[in-house]
Design a protein around this ligand. Sequence first.
Ligand code: C2E
Ligand code: MG
Ligand code: MG
Length: 626
Amino acid sequence: MNQSAFALGALGGVACASLALALVWWLRPQARRWRARDATQQDAFEQWPTSALVVDVVSHQVVSANPAMMRSVGYTFTELCTLHLSDVLTCDGVDAKGLLEQLQSATLRTPVEMHQHCKDGSVRNVEGTCHRMTLGAREVVALGVHDVTVRRRTESKLLEKQQQLDHLAHHDHLTGLPNRLYLAATLPGLIEEAKNSGNLLAVLFLDLDRFKHVNDSRGHDTGDKLLKTVAQRVRSTVRAQDLVVRMGGDEFVVILRGITDTQTVTDTSSRITQALAAPMVVDGRTLVTTVSIGVSLYPRDGADMSELLRHSDTAMYQAKDKGRNNFQMFSPAMDKRLKERIAIESSLRTALQSRQLEVHYQPIVEIENQQVTALEALLRWKHPSHGYVRPERFVSIAEEAGLIVPIGEFVLQRTLEDMARWRQAGGNLVPVAINVSAVQLQRSNLPESIARLTKAHGLEPSMLQVELTESAVFERREARAREASQDAVGRLRELGVHIAIDDFGTGYSSLSYLKRWRVDTLKIDRSFVRDLVTDMSDLAIVSAIIAMARHLHIKVVAEGIEGWPQLEKVRQLGCTYAQGYLFARPAPAEDCLTFLSGKPLNLTERLPILDLESTGSGERVRALRA
Ligand code: C2E
Ligand code: MG
Ligand code: MG
């Protein structure tokens, strides 16, 4: 056995770091003598597991190798000694000289990664360090080499797993699109990119319209498939460099990069709305879904991610408010409106507790004899600093904030108290109509409350009417919500409560609904009545509604009658009831006894004070009257 091979065997066994020290030890004469005498050392040498190789620094010729190296590469000692370093060990991107240089500057912590070429043609991944020394007249390096094939394989599997985990954490499993986390990690970089390039960055916030309806009526499976189709359509509508993210539910965000003009943004937004509005075939059924999009632009609408997302979200709500299936660019005025909404919501909570809410009443009159046949209870908010706030400004906010249920209970309670007081004061009671929002109808136990409270006040439930807006009730696409409404209406009718459809004509309810829900009264929305005398299409609509209601034996009330010509027109068309400033404005409870005298209203007295709030029509009515 070659002595240098023996020595390397012993050396190779120690970790690469101790290679140099061990070599020095081996080269000492007494250690050599001691080892030669000791058979145990010979065995250790044979079995030593780490490969070691000695290479000539100048010729790169292999000078020696230990048994572990021979076993590892499959060459005999003699064969190995005919080879060069590059026949046994190579490193990507460097030649043998470069490899030796790298090895000499390597440490245990930073070993050189190499490929070991075996006699059978296989290649293994190894790591190594070395020590330079002089053997006789030769300058050599002694290399300690570790096989890291298994470790590398494990590492690459771990890396793959890590990448899979990473993908799962940053992508939505349903659509395969990047998710909210991915956006949070990426958007700041994209903003930075836009900042450096001076380009615009557009953030499009997408929310599907009435997606819940699909889930409720067709099931979650179909809902999921629809979402997948939506994801594909949005993805294929934008460019490869744009980012499409599913935020969760039916919300998506699209980031348009490298934009130089706003026209591109509006064009893309409009392409997305069109692409999604096209029918989709899911499970053999054709579904139609639309989308509302809000857009914010960097740097115009926000400097950072949260501001841009918040503003695109605000603009998206604006798109919903504007009737859905459209896109809106953010404007600071929207933010102002949003803040106003938030302010109204919080002061409305206080209003409920601190008795700022009141109920006023407006008569509904029989046209033929001007008798008051009913009163409508109208909510008023007496704000400590803003005065009376009209319900139009706060009812929808109260609905969204879930405050409409307690507010509705307050109106019912107060109305019944006022009715009891009028009766006590000798008034001729007429039924009172309360306005009930869809949310209140579905969520509260209105029929039970009415039964209990009317009894408590010694009143019949038939003295109450409930006004529901058609859009809020009939057009609920969610089957569950519609069923809840229908059920509540059924129970109200059983109690003897009359049902009126308010603002009729503004929604899309069909005759079949009116028949099925067995409605008692239709109230024609005042927007049709306002210009009835001058606008032919309004005239056509009103006359059609009256004719249809007659046919179905449903009473008709014309809302918003402000002048004699309007009143005369609706009378000619066959309408029997009317409501409006011509007869009386809504008044506080204490002023209502005049409505309950049992005598016809004296209209001539009211003519001079006719103050027409609705713009335009006042002038017209005055002119017509003159
Ligand atoms: P609505 O039920 O259609 O009530 C009629 C609205 O028209 C009232 O507005 C009334 O003041 C107004 N009005 C009556 N006659 C005329 C007229 O000749 N000309 C004009 N320009 N307006 C007239 P108000 O009180 O502002 O109420 C607006 C809406 O707010 C109501 O419309 C109703 O939908 C809702 N609302 C009112 N009170 C309540 C309530 O207690 N609960 C719920 N959920 N909604 C309510
Ligand atoms: Mg009403
Ligand atoms: Mg109305």
